[in-house]
Design a protein. Structure first.
Length: 136
């Protein structure tokens, strides 16, 4: 596989990894298991139990497990064809997937902010002229 094709795989494979990690940690569909893990990450008796459950409350931490799953499914290696190719791609995928999740989080934050401003303008709580002036 050429280096150019490996780079394409790297950036494309990070997309579903980021999607899975974000969905499991942040979305409503996994709220109950997330709350369970969050509760146990704070209240578990042993350090090992607290750290284990914490791994399911942090998208950065959880993305490592998702990456291992995807590497087992795809067999993708970066730069080297030996086992060290798995380590290199694992580190690179963690970095890129978390950049994707950070960008997605910022976009979602902006969308929520705009929706709140629109709702406040509709209720006439914020004059429309003031909102326009903020963005100039």
């Amino acid at each position: 596989m050429t280096i150019c094709l490996q780079a394409r795989w790297l950036f494309l494979l990070a997309i579903p990894i980021a999607w899975v990690a974000w969905t499991v940690i942040h979305e409503e569909v996994f709220r109950e298991p997330g709350d369970y893990c969050l509760n146990h990450s704070v209240k578990a008796k042993t350090l090992l139990q607290r750290k284990f459950f914490y791994l399911f409350t942090c998208e950065y931490c959880f993305s490592h497990y998702v990456i291992v799953l995807f590497l087992l499914l795809t067999g993708y290696k970066l730069l080297l064809n030996s086992w060290s190719g798995y380590i290199i791609v694992g580190v690179a995928l963690v970095w890129i997937a978390n950049i994707y999740m950070s960008l997605f989080g910022l976009i979602r934050q902006d969308v929520k902010k705009e929706k709140m401003e629109i709702n406040l303008m509709d209720k006439n709580e914020i004059p429309k002229d003031d909102t326009i002036q903020q963005f100039k």
